[in-house]
Design a protein. Structure first.
Length: 127
């Protein structure tokens, strides 16, 4: 079984709903999720093995309105999954660089999200 990277903030859906009721647009939270994704991508990149450095350079955060997503690998770096999760048949041990980034980001992501939500509330004059 694959050990998926990621974590979910319990109650975030309710917070977003409450913010919308107060007049905050979900799009206003894009910056918060973008900051979290960018910081998480930097963390994952720092944990990635560096034989050539291509994998570490390929890790990126994506901007979304309701979540922070970090991706690694594409057609130019198709081995990202094998490096992260391992491939025993090929003798590749899992490095778990994405999971390590998740572990380091859990408390930091919550703080960034809280700071951005509070900033948005202040900017909208809803305090």
């Amino acid at each position: 079984m694959v050990d998926r990277a990621g974590f979910k903030v319990e109650g975030l859906t309710q917070v977003v709903r409450a913010l919308q009721e107060m007049g905050v647009e979900v799009d206003d939270l894009k910056d918060a999720f973008s900051k979290i994704a960018d910081e998480a991508a930097k963390a994952a990149s720092s944990f990635a093995p560096r034989d050539t450095g291509r994998l570490a350079k390929d890790i990126r955060g994506n901007r979304a309105k309701s979540k922070a997503v970090v991706t690694a690998g594409r057609s130019s770096v198709p081995y990202a999954g094998a490096i992260n999760y391992g491939w025993p048949k090929r003798g590749i041990q899992a490095s778990g660089f994405m999971q390590r980034a998740d572990q380091t980001m859990q408390t930091r992501a919550l703080q960034l999200l809280e700071d951005e939500i509070n900033q948005t509330i202040r900017e909208k004059g809803l305090t």
